[in-house]
Design a protein around this ligand. Structure first.
Ligand SMILES: [Zn+2]
Length: 321
């Protein structure tokens, strides 16, 4: 095994590049702004220039690298082609082809949520498990499915899109995906705030500390629930009921050993986990009722650590995409 690998996490606002030993020791992280005015190819070539510069600065050469694992915010197929990234303005882009030609190092590409799930399995909250589902609660709800230590990406790159499981037939507003009633409309940070705002309107006579908050955000709602505010508690329980129901359905398909919950909202896990576990156990198929729930621990480094794992596993001959 060659001694080094890069993990690259491409996001809508920044690109993180991690340089590690293939043993998993991450010893350098760079963060650069996401360019907004470049074509997809020029964008990727600018990343390859940073990588070449870091290799040179460390006195290394391309032949010292087992690989580069890249996470991108869109559906990725088995060939490393991304099929649309709305955050980056990309349509179909051969990320693997462009980067591997520019760098002469093997490149593996995955969806960012799947790659983060791989990172949490390797060195984070999912350490010790080979079958897990990671759920990221942020502006939206992301998901990553790992089976036998391999990312499941599906025929169209959309396996693990847990945020778009249909959980409500009565929703009147569209989700970002254009459907109505998706999980992320309720269980994301935005969804928790929306539910709290609706409850405040529906129950104008119920006193709540949330009425003084302007603007309302998910942290204020979770803090309110922790302080015993009835309306805030109701908003949190409603969100976690939808999430628990959705994960009970996920268990009927992949039956993971553990759910790893991450993202900004999960910092309030003391408030979220009890109603989430209660709801999950109410809806789950009996033999899946005791699936473990863990908190993600790698934060915004999960993507680069997962990228390194993707590169290392590929170098070992595992088809881990
Ligand atoms: Zn949706």
């Amino acid at each position: 095994m060659k001694p080094y690998a890069f993990g690259v996490d491409i996001g809508g606002t920044s690109i993180k590049i991690g340089l590690a030993k293939t043993s998993g020791w991450l010893f350098e992280t760079r963060k650069i702004g996401t360019p907004s005015d470049l074509s997809a190819e020029s964008f990727l070539l600018s990343i390859s220039e940073v990588i070449k510069q870091r290799i040179h600065a460390r006195g290394l050469k391309a032949a010292d690298f087992a690989g580069i694992g890249v996470g991108v915010p869109g559906p990725v197929d088995e060939k490393g082609v991304v099929h649309g990234c709305p955050n980056l303005g990309w349509s179909e882009v051969d990320v693997k082809g462009i980067l591997s030609r520019a760098l002469d190092i093997p490149v593996q590409v995955g969806n960012d949520a799947n790659v983060a799930a791989l990172g949490e399995m390797w060195q984070g909250g999912g350490k010790g498990f080979s079958n897990l589902v990671m759920v990221t609660l942020g502006t939206g709800v992301g998901g990553g499915v790992i089976v036998d230590q391999h990312i499941v990406c599906g025929q169209y790159g959309s396996a693990g899109e847990i945020g778009h499981l249909h959980v409500s037939d009565t929703e009147s507003e569209p989700c970002g995906c254009s459907n109505f009633g998706c999980l992320e409309q309720y269980a994301s940070a935005t969804g928790i705030v929306r539910t709290a705002s609706r409850l405040l309107c529906v129950h104008p006579d119920v006193p709540s500390i949330l009425r003084k908050a302007a603007p309302l955000d998910a942290k204020i709602v979770c803090d309110g629930a922790r302080a015993g505010d009835a309306l805030a508690t109701s908003a949190v329980e409603s969100a976690m009921d939808q999430l628990g129901k959705a994960l009970a359905m996920v268990s009927c398909v992949v039956d993971p050993e553990a759910y790893v919950i991450g993202g900004g909202v999960s910092l309030a896990s003391d408030v979220l986990m009890p109603p989430l576990k209660k709801a999950y156990r109410r809806y789950a198929f009996p033999s899946s009722r005791h699936t473990a729930f863990k908190q993600a621990v790698l934060g915004n480094q999960a993507g680069i650590i997962g990228g390194i794992k993707l590169a290392v596993a590929d170098a070992k001959g595992n088809k881990e995409k």
